[in-house]
Design a protein around this ligand. Structure first.
Ligand code: PLP
Ligand code: COI
Length: 361
């Protein structure tokens, strides 16, 4: 995809950028530029444009407002020891974006075009990539139906956009996440959109997140829709359970049954844990397995993983069936080892044997 580049005439000053990067948060500040490309059924993808970050104008009857035809991705660019910048597994996000598009009846953006847009924006806004370990530039590609009309059918116009936000290392090692296992709400059922990264999945999850907060929990854990007993995910992250300890430990994650979001961090951790010498397993884990494993001490650590937070330890689980506590509220040894290995690969301080990192600059 050729990209027409029109640099912003009003980028934030270097001093202001430095101030923002000192405490980036997540989604608090946006870089100077964005990428936009329009698709129509008749003409396919038009000229992509990289231009100043700015609000967009949409017709009130744009279909996305009414029927929610929207998908997104999340990936990160990391500062490298030589001052350069590299992306973590961008092709995997490009592939998942195309799969999400198919599920939401949106046009597929070719993998090459997705990557071109990412590389172009990271190059343009390179000065926005923070340099502390755990910090990064979070890229948010998304696409939505912008055909004007109220007929319920796949839109014949869609807009692809890419924005970027500097992301802090929002990991607090002293705080394991407390989760509410939701038996009231369902995230995804077979045949639904659970495998796709579409805004609708998150909209449907918010009431459960609210219910979790009411129970004093930070996050929701989703169980399967059919048997209501298999552990699937935690909020916007995949889950891992560690059984045993030391070199005999087994690192387990719920199997992808078609209702879970196939996380790229999840997939990477399966490799990293195996590289570290652990037995890895993708299997079905029930809420009884969770309760009993914690009670017997067989489950020694639990953590969640995703692009945004990388790895977050999970401590207390609450549900209508009771409360179960794993560990002492501090991150487990294997959790931290996996987190530090993955972050080391991402920041270029640990050998990237899987060739995950893609150099931008
Ligand atoms: N599960 C859900 C529902 C998510 O939204 C995310 C976040 O992207 C993940 C899992 C983790 O996926 P990834 O590791 O690709 O970021
Ligand atoms: C993740 O990257 O782990 C996420 O949960 C993405 C989220 C901000 C939607």
């Amino acid at each position: 995809m050729s990209i027409k580049i029109t640099p912003s005439t009003h980028p934030v000053s270097a001093a202001e950028r430095v101030e923002k990067l000192a405490n980036p948060g997540f989604g608090k500040y946006y870089t100077d530029h964005m990428v936009v490309a329009q698709w129509t059924e008749n003409d396919g993808w038009g000229q992509a444009e990289l231009k100043a970050y700015a609000p967009i104008s949409l017709d009130p009857a744009a279909m996305v407002f009414h029927y929610g035809q929207e998908i997104f991705e999340g990936l990160k660019a990391y500062r490298q020891p030589d001052g350069g910048i590299a992306l973590f597994r961008p092709e995997a996000n490009a592939a998942r974006f195309a799969r999400s598009a198919r599920r939401l009846a949106l046009p597929e953006l070719p993998v090459e075009s997705f990557l071109d847009s990412i590389y172009a924006l990271v190059k343009q806004d390179a000065s926005w990539v923070p340099d502390k370990v755990g910090e990064s530039l979070y890229l948010r590609p998304f696409m939505f139906a912008n055909e004007v009309g109220l007929g319920v059918r796949p839109a014949n116009r869609a807009l692809y956009m890419l924005i970027a936000t500097p992301a802090g290392a929002y990991f607090n090692p002293a705080n394991a996440v407390t989760v509410w296992i939701s038996t009231e709400y369902v995230r995804a059922a077979q045949g639904g959109t659970g495998e796709a990264k579409c805004g609708g999945n998150y909209a449907a999850s918010l009431v459960a997140q609210k219910a979790a907060a009411k129970q004093g929990c930070d996050q929701v854990v989703w169980i399967d829709a059919k048997e209501r007993k298999w552990v699937e995910e935690m909020g916007g992250m995949n889950l891992f359970f560690v059984k045993g300890s030391g070199s005999n430990a087994t690192v387990i994650t719920p199997k992808l049954t078609g209702t879970l979001l196939p996380g790229i961090t999840r997939d990477s951790i399966l490799s990293v844990a195996a590289d570290l010498g652990y037995t890895v397993e993708e299997t079905m884990i029930s809420i009884d397995d969770w309760r009993d494993g914690v009670a017997s001490g067989e489950i020694t650590e639990i953590f969640a993983c995703g692009t945004a937070a990388v790895v977050s330890p999970v401590g207390t689980a609450k549900s209508s069936m009771g409360t179960w506590v794993t560990g002492d509220g501090t991150p487990g040894v294997i959790t931290m080892q996996i987190r530090n290995t993955l972050l080391g690969i991402q920041h270029g301080t640990i050998a990237d044997t899987h060739h995950w990192m893609k150099k931008v600059l």
